[in-house]
Structures are given as C-alpha cells and as structure tokens.
Design a protein around this ligand. Sequence first.
Ligand SMILES: *Cc1c(COP(=O)(O)O)cnc(C)c1O
Length: 483
Amino acid sequence: MPEKLIFELSQPGRRAVPMPALDVPAKPLSDIIPSKHLRQTPARLPEVGELETVRHFVRVSSMNYHIDKGFYPLGSCTMKYNPLVNETVARLDGFANVHPMQPEETLQGALYLMHELIRMLCEIVGMKTATLQPAAGAQGELTGLMMIRAYHESKGKPRKFVLIPDSAHGTNPASVVIAGYETVQIPSNREGRVDLAALREKLNDDVAALMITNPNTLGLFETQIEEISRIVHEAGALMYMDGANLNALLGLVRPGDIGFDVMHINLHKTFSTPHGGGGPGAGPVAVGSRLVDFLPVPRVVKKDERFILDYDYPKSVGKVHSFFGNFGMMVRAYAYILMHGDRGLKRISENAIINANYLLSRLASHFRLPYPGAAMHEFVVTGEKLRTFGLRTTDLAKRLLDHGVHAPTIYFPLIVREAIMIEPTETESRETLEAFAEAMIRVLKEAEENPEMVRTAPHTTPVGRLDEVKAVKELNINNFSVN
Ligand SMILES: *Cc1c(COP(=O)(O)O)cnc(C)c1O
C-alpha cells in the first residue's frame, strides 16, 4: 500500500502533545516579534497524534531502499558499505561540537586531523598538497578548473577550451562551462579509450586542459595515459583527472605519477561517507607543483609545532566554501584510512576490481559487452537484446526491483545503446554477486517468456511506474489537498 502523506493523515484539532491552558496573561506576539515578520495566516501544519506520527515515519523509513537493506549496484556512484564505526567517530563530542569560529589554539585537534588527511590523501594520489573545502565532486571540478584558469592567466592568457572525452562523467562538461571555458569533445576509439589522433588534432595553444575520468565511465583504465599526458603538456595545457571513483586505484596507481596536475577525490564515494540522499559530501582537490599557489584559502599549515589557518597566498582562487568545508566527512575519511592502512587500502581496490570482473564474467554470456576486455571497478553491458522482445533496458531495471535488488545505472554512459552500468563495489560478498547475476539472467528469461509482465513491472513495490518526465517537468510537492 502506498503511504499517505502526513498531511493526508491530518485531522483538525488532533495533537500529539496537548499543552495545558495558559495560566498567565497572554502577551500579543507582536510585542515580541515585529509584526512585519509575523504570519498573516497560520502555518499549514499536519495535525496528527503521536502514535500516528511515529508509525508514519517508521513506515516511510522502511520503504526506503538503502545500502543497509540490500545490494545497490549503481554504476559510477560507489554505493558501498561504509563502516558504522566511522559514524561513531564523527559523532565524538570533540569533533561534532567544535565551532569553526573558536580560537585557533582550541582547534588544534581538528586542524591536525585536516593536515594529516591532506598528507595521507596526497600520498595516496601522488600529489603535492590539497584543499578539503569543496563540498562535492562537482564543486571540486569547478575548483580545479578555477585553478587551471588562474594558472594560465598567470602565464599571460586564460585560454579557451577544455577537452573532454565522450566517455566522461556528466558533471565534467557542466563544470567546464561554469568555469568560463568551452568544451571540446574527444571521441573514444573502438577499445573505449581516448582516440589519440583526435586528441592531437584538437590540441592547440587555446586549450587549457584535458579533463578525463579515469577509469572512464566504461570502467576502463586509460592505458595510453602517459602518452596522452606528454602531448597535452607539450601543448602547454594541464591534465585534470576526475578521481571520483578512486576505489579502483588505491595503492595501485597514483595519478600524480602518471602526469596529472590536479584531481578531485570524492570522500563520499571512496572514503566512508554514506551518500545518495543528497547529504553533505566532500570533494577534496589535490594538486601537483604547477597549481599549488592557486589553492583556495585558508590553508592548514604547520608552524612552530602548531597548526594555523593561513590566508597569505596572493595567487589563491579564494574561498570555495565557508570555513574549512564539511568537517564531518573529513573525520570519517581520516578514520577510514587509518583503519585500513596502506595494505588495506590496496585490498579495497583489488576487491572492487575482482568483484566487478567476477560479475562481468557471470553476465557476459547473457548481455553483450560493447567494449570487451577486463574492467576496473565497474563495467557497462548493453540491454539491446531486450529489444527483440519489444522491451528496453528500463523494463529490466524496473523488473529487478521485484527481485529485491536496486537497479544498476541505466542509459549512461551515452556512448552505449541501452547501457547498463554496474558497480558492485568492494564490500559485497560472492553470494550477493551471485544472487544479483541470477536476478539479471532471470529477468532476461522472463522478458522472452512474458514480456507484458516485464513491461508492467514493478509489481511488488509500494508504487508502480512513475511518470518520470512529468515528475521532472512539473515537480510540485505542494500539490496535495489538506482535508
Ligand atoms: C559522482 C561522480 C562525480 C560527481 O560527484 P558529486 O559529489 O556527485 O558532485 C563526478 N565524476 C564522477 C566520475 C563521478 O562518479
């Protein structure tokens, strides 16, 4: 049964907690709050009893699908399990209740943690230093591009274009445009990697950078990356790496060692911040020597055995977030990195890659792999076979919900028809992967035997197919009637 809105449960005059009658003279509200700030009409609030409220929210919370409930193979999103112990650590009083406006000498622990986290992240990715300020991967991209612009301006001209492979994550071109650059698309070759000839053709002294997702959104490592980096630098441009999916590279590849000048890291994907509900994230940006001067301020530096916030960087692009950024995410990441150590971090990536390839090999004889070869942490197959039964990838995704698993990412990347993008992540067991593979294969069989049933799926969820286009174009969450 779909759950009613709490407003629909409302009964006039119903209260959760009845207040005793006022036994002192009432003072007009306008004596306390200036009348221009007072409402003309009462707020429209639901009137519900305590038990109805509790039950409503418990029911809603158990309808929600989340990683603690089941497998979540959403490609590109790294919906892995984040150890709950890091939640406990982030809630420790000394971390959760520090205030960014406290005097520096009372913030030494927090500043130490940030300083250490920067050091550890830079060691992991092979960069010089980093900023922890950006609140998300996309904001990290923008910050990196602002630094690239400042770098070129310091050399005399900002340049005009940023080259982006067609297998890039969608946020990349958006960030490029916000940073005031124009994107130029580089096609992929038949192996799903950057087409070197096309790249050479597009490079000139108006190109500010190449922005590349590695592993790319096909889950493939850019095998020619050192050559790419060489020719990009020869043209005076910089190398930006979208490192959101760092769980494929930990302890295996350091982007700084293969020619990247700047990259962002999603703490909320790789380093133990739960995400997916639009909650706070953190997208630190690490840089090599070319961009150090342009990092946002303040920077956390160590001076005479104390940690201070240093604003004295005249070439800095400025602030990109209030105070230091989302500190709670940094605490989780710090604890997570310490908990694993260098060997543990490497095993994270090894497991992410093994899990992806295990699943790939289970599915490869049922779903075509448009760009064959071993995957990194995720892979993309096509659901085009469903077309022979008059169905599409969406139908498979919806029917999977009936089998109790979250659907993979679909229709992305755009260069694969009927794309199904699967990221099992490192935290799943072999049994879970098997169960998912079986569900995928079963739906394919159902599609052949009973396409109508698949077309009208899901059948067991609280609501069936939503009109997604209407929801996007006419979103109106206030459009309900109150009694
Ligand atoms: C998730 C992701 C991003 C965007 O990160 P947000 O934190 O959602 O802004 C960028 N690039 C890649 C490859 C990603 O997977």
